[in-house]
Design a protein around this ligand. Sequence first.
Ligand code: UD1
Length: 356
Amino acid sequence: MVCVNHILHVVGARPNFVKAAPVLRALRQRGMRQTLVHTGQHYDRDMSDLFFTQLEIPEPDFNLAVGSGSHAAQTAQIMLRLEPVVLECQPDITLVYGDVNSTVAAALVCSKLLVRVGHIEAGLRSFDRTMPEEINRIVTDRLSDVLFTPSADGDTNLLGEGVARERIHLVGNVMIDSLVQFLPAARTCSTSGLPERFALVTLHRPANVDHFENLRGILDSLTKVSQELDIIFPVHPRTRQRITEFGIHSQNLRLLDPMPYIEFLALQSRATVVITDSGGIQEETTYLGVPCLTLRTNTERPITVTVGTNVLVGDDRARLMAELGKILEGNPKKGTTPPLWDGRTGNRIADILQRM
Ligand code: UD1
């Protein structure tokens, strides 16, 4: 039996902030001692500061300010800068979130310092190792002592990889906790200037945006979509960089800056369809009952397809247009909410940690 008095959280990228906020809050309500480390993987006002403010996350106790770099450079920098912090803090457990480079770097540092690791959003697998996040998921889960899964497929994957049953806790989807909490605020956002019907687009996967042909193909598809439906496209910095580098901006697509959490949630909840390659957005649209067309051939979140509103269209433009047609005719894929996606996952995680 471990005694958990002091919990260290390591976050670094936009989706981490959305997942950590409810856990930090639930643990705070139970009076547990917490230390928050921001690795600085995301550092722009739009990608980081506004998320901390809106999600009511306290100022980090440490900011490692690693910034951007290749996978090796970024992961190594996080490890180098996190190690002394962990040595200084001596936490009883470190919580890591999702599948970004900050997640795997923190899991490596802590497990080597014999600090227990708890992984929130464990067990997800796309079975596609060309995706950097898949490597991060596999390694993080392998090193974790406590694994919190969002859906039963996560448990199945972990059990199949030999993880002991007693380490796995099916707690539900913590990202949905933030959604449930902030949806009322999102519903009050002004709709002035918003088209009656629109497609909300996000795009940032390296496989889609880092190769000239792939990115040009997707932007061409979106231009085709824009002939049927207005498009709102907040552009991730990586994608904007590539569009500029490749010189392939389409006149018909208006590129917006990345949006803060609540404004983006407002758009998601009102969208006719969301077209994306994000992981978390597949889940949020499933909860909201909004049709989602995913520009990927696989997903580590299969429940959004089997139970939710998600359809994988890959890079097949004919499929994208056919699915869009069904939505515009009022015949979208219907979905339901997966079990335990109820806004109480942070509490379940905190209860488990408190009992330890
Ligand atoms: C990372 C995660 C991805 C997650 C995404 C959410 C990894 C391997 N990938 O991808 O899983 O879905 O975050 O956004 O960890 N940049 C800025 N400002 C910032 C952050 C990034 O301009 O605040 C630019 C930099 O040029 C950087 C590029 O975006 O090189 C990519 O950032 P990075 O953190 O390496 O990966 P993401 O694509 O954001």
